[in-house]
Design a protein around this ligand. Sequence first.
Ligand code: GLN
Length: 237
Amino acid sequence: MCRHLGWLGSPVSISSLVLEPPQGLLLQSYAPRRQKHGLMNADGWGVGFFDGSADGAVPRRWRSPAPLWGDTSFASVAPALRSHCVVAAVRSATVGMPIEISATAPFTDGQWMLSHNGVVDRAVLPPSRLAESVCDSALLAAAIFARGLDALGDTIIEIGNADPQARLNILAANGARLLATAWGDTLFLLQRTDGVVLASEPYDDDPDWEEVPDRHLVEVGADGVQSTPLNRVKGTR
Ligand code: GLN
């Protein structure tokens, strides 16, 4: 995925996070401001959210291999979907990767939802029968799920060492925690009074957006926001 956004906080509408912000994922699907790799994100989109009506723990996904800007059904329903925890993404497929719904983030293991912004050599990833697609991001998601999200920092360091060209910006949430890595691409943090946003790029010109330095892991949870350099991580929590 080339641009992604995560939310952890009070329940808000999906539309207010994805469609309404002036430079949100909708605009980023055709005119991203900070994208260094690829021009636009027309190869699909996905929104994952944890369902408050089911104890806040059930992940639900709506994905499509078509451009976000053309989906009038989503635009119609998104204002009525509310959640306290969201992982959303728009995709610019890496050359050679399939354009299909199963290659579109967020990926899930039933507890976590995960998006990857970047590229990785599939030869350095373990084979997986659980990956949803042969897409590099789906295989990477399966590798991260297999190790567990508590090891996210260590997993990224190992894969980054195995493929020095890799860009490994991950965004993942489980309804109570929101994690993100900056490894080769941009990541921004916005601390609002009602919650925290982590996004590939700011969705507006609020001066409170903070850029996360490269090679860092950010964790948002009950203890607030923590940022750790990715050379120091050993078994995140
Ligand atoms: N490599 C992933 C894919 O093909 C993600 C692409 C990206 O971040 N631009 O979907």
